[in-house]
Design a protein around this ligand. Structure first.
Ligand SMILES: NC(=O)c1ccc[n+]([C@@H]2O[C@H](COP(=O)([O-])OP(=O)(O)OC[C@H]3O[C@@H](n4cnc5c(N)ncnc54)[C@H](OP(=O)(O)O)[C@@H]3O)[C@@H](O)[C@H]2O)c1
Length: 374
């Protein structure tokens, strides 16, 4: 009689996976400039973006700021979804002035607006989606760019009770993506782009311990960051499967490379100085924005996503810093965990497990946060 052997639950990455992840990271750090040498900087964007409406989260700094500016200069309608609205309004003034001086002002003024969004509050995310969906307009591109990596900081929790890296980098963007589906359907063909990280290769998600409090793993900011980025890939892969080809919505993750931005703001001063001494290896924000911009605008991207869907590929499309498709980590291919991450995420962000299917049917979905109804 065949006995069914109970599979032992994986408690972390195997050492070979872990080592491979770090090798990948070091390789990216050393050779990203060579592997991306075929790309122009700034990335030339295709014409005809005037009809595109794009939401870019975290567009007051670094990669998001460059992404928003370049999309706007190419004619897109850009919504800066930010927590510091004053800084965003100041940026728009500066960009508008530079645009006029550079001769771009002979054309139409930049079409940018600001909306408040604080990813540390799921109420704020739900309110943002409600306000945007209430316009009943189309959304063509959602760029989930905002993120934190609080290097060396002690473990912190949001007022919703979730570990901050997990909330800002994964849970809040996941909630935003699902709640904005009605607008993305109106904008179809449309795209959800998650600015991910090569650090997901060393990440591991324990769905029974999303807050890393059980003591099974010691919390460090690296554990918090890499787990949140892997959770994002896993959730995106299931979302990609749940959205039928007819919805016309593609889901992608894009790695920006290793980029000099404010992401290192929490590093000790001496490490920050060293960080700025390695410009040869690191991308500047304009270079770092190329993969997200490519994912948002390249005409072949939808076809590629559909191909992956038709082939029942286990993960969503993943673009590396050189704008080429790449394979996310081995752990990201763990379908069982990916489905657990999907269910756990929906539960944590207060959505029913069939939220996506119901929204696709045009039904109303209630979210625990922000008294949200769609
Ligand atoms: N830099 C790299 O080497 C690198 C590598 C791989 C992946 N990434 C990813 O790239 C993305 C952009 O990072 P970056 O390097 O450009 O960092 P950055 O310069 O620190 O920009 C991060 C942006 O996210 C916003 N943000 C942070 N917490 C937020 C919150 N609670 N609600 C709303 N917005 C919030 C920040 O807003 P404030 O300006 O108000 O703080 C800022 O606009 C992140 O997802 C990051 O993980 C970066």
């Amino acid at each position: 009689m065949a006995t069914k052997r109970k599979q032992k639950k994986k408690e972390g990455l195997g050492w070979i996976e872990w080592l491979r992840g770090w090798m990948y990271l070091i390789y990216e750090m050393l050779f990203q400039r060579i592997s991306a040498s075929h790309l122009h900087n700034p990335l030339p964007l295709p014409p005809g973006l005037n009809d595109l409406t794009c939401i870019v989260t975290g567009s007051t700094s670094g990669i998001g700021r460059e992404t928003a500016r370049q999309l706007a200069e190419a004619g897109a309608h850009v919504i800066m979804a930010v927590r510091n609205t004053k800084a965003a309004h100041q940026l728009i003034l500066d960009w508008q002035n530079q645009w006029s001086l550079s001769g771009g002002g002979l054309a139409l003024p930049l079409n940018i607006e600001v909306m408040e969004l604080d990813l540390l509050s799921l109420d704020s995310v739900a309110r943002f989606a409600q306000a945007w969906n209430a316009r009943l307009g189309p959304l063509h591109v959602l760029i989930n760019n905002a993120g934190i990596f609080s290097i060396g900081e002690p473990q912190k929790f949001s007022k919703d009770g979730y570990e901050e890296h997990m909330q800002v980098n994964h849970l809040a963007p996941a909630l935003l993506s699902v709640l904005l589906l009605p607008s993305l359907i109106r904008g179809s063909p449309s795209r959800i782009i998650n600015v991910n990280s090569v650090m997901h290769y060393v990440g591991f998600v324990d769905t029974e311990d999303m807050n890393v409090v059980s003591g099974k793993r010691k919390f460090t900011s690296l554990v918090g960051y890499s787990s949140s980025k892997l959770a994002q890939v896993m959730f995106s892969s299931v979302l990609h499967k749940r959205l039928p080809a007819e919805s016309g919505i593609c889901v992608l993750c894009a790695s920006p490379g290793i980029v000099q931005t404010n992401v290192a703001r929490d590093l000790p001063k001496i490490v920050q100085a060293a960080y700025h001494l390695v410009p040869y290896f690191m991308f500047n924000a304009q270079e770092g924005s190329r993969s997200a911009l490519f994912a948002a605008t390249d005409p072949q991207v939808p076809e590629y996503c559909e191909l992956l869907k038709a082939d029942e590929w286990p993960v969503c499309a993943y673009l590396s810093q050189d704008c080429r498709p790449t394979n996310p980590s081995e752990e990201a291919h763990n379908l069982e965990t990916s489905f657990q991450v999907w269910e756990k995420t929906l539960e944590m962000v207060g959505l029913p497990s069939d939220a996506v299917e119901r929204l696709l049917e045009g039904e109303e979905v209630l979210c625990r946060y922000g008294a949200h109804r769609e």
